[in-house]
Unconditional design. Sequence first.
Length: 434
Amino acid sequence: MKNYYQPEIETMPLDQIQALQSERLVKQVKFVYENVKFYRDKMDEKGVKPEDIKGIEDLHKLPFVTKNDLRDEYPYGLLAVPLEDCVRIQSTSGTTGRRVVAFYTQEDIDIWEECCARAIVAAGGTKEDVCHVCYGYGLFTGGPGLNGGSHKVGCLTLPMSSGNTERQLQFMTDLGSTILCCTPSYAANLGEAVDERGLKDKIKLKAGIFGAEPWTEGMRRNIEESLGIKAYDIYGLTEISGPGVSFECEEQAGMHIQEDHFIPEIINPDTGEVLPEGEVGELVFTCITKKAFPLLRYRTRDLCRLTRQKCSCGRTHVRMMKPKGRSDDMMIVKGVNVWPSQIETVLLNQGFQANYQIIVDRIGNHDTIEVQVELTPEMVEDTSRTNSWREKQIVAGLKSMLGITVKVKVVEPKSIVRSEGKAVRVIDKRNLYQ
Ligand code: DLL
């Protein structure tokens, strides 16, 4: 198999990239208008016709799409091709009970894997490498995306999935893994485990591709030091395909967005106004090559800034700086996207009122999450149920909603401080966005 090489498109001059984007955008808008009622209705409502979109300068005329739209259109409302042309779904959590389901044609998967392959190449990957993928496999996009990218590069791929640190270390040492793909918090865990077992001389890792959650430069230094590698950031979201929407090159100075497939914009999250390059705002993506689930002007809720300053790696694609926060209240805990509204849904379903608080912390490399919720006066009077029974019920409900174990404490009525303005539901002590 030939060695994977960097596609020319990554170093194309800006005017050529933009011409390509315009051409693809015009086609894509026509395609979704004809095939998706949701877009047709939204564009008609705004008085925009496909022929009004003549190039990227007209992008701002299109309506935005939000996570709530995905929830309302669940599961098939945004599908732009017949279901029989789809070969895969992936899924991520929604803001309440309903999950987001994204569909892929084979061509969509090929493009997505190509983007992940580019990320691996940018981290120095070649067909000589052993690529150790311990992102979760299954509905989460991390495992499947990097797995496919690794195949495309021609690396020997270890589809480890997450967890079972002993097994990870055994394969890593026995099979000589050279590139590690996982969340930064799991990489920090592995670094600690390598250190505790004195394995640093026995591992051959040279690079790591870490994303799916925010991480600081401090974490990067610790991981690089403990595993003896160069640590690269990678970004993406299920709705837009998965990992590989953008990734770092050897400069480690922002992530190049794959502009031949995705057009980024930065907007003011309150007004929707498009902001000039360099300003921090909400990142919005338009997919110009996806077929099954092609989102236009999708509001990611991630806050960041873009730069077109020349990058010495030679790639011309715009770079996004590490996300600086969210314009909604989503947290990523133990690698899982969590909204307070999901927790609230579980509590209200079990008869509690919306008097609760969520405390998130990081002890060592492990996230902890605790929910404190007030008993209602009726619950206090009802002696047929113990507090520990109620706590167990909530833990089970949250496990089923979020997929992670949450510590739960029921507390006396009126013991959680009432706020005079917006309720402070979440206390996140981790300071991940720095
Ligand atoms: O996390 C896709 C992914 C997998 C990216 C593996 C990178 C590596 P979702 O589960 O849909 O998809 O979550 C998407 O995670 O909107 C961001 O808030 C956050 N996120 C993803 N990558 C980064 C990153 C995957 N590098 C949401 N830095 C996004 C900060 C990130 N936040």
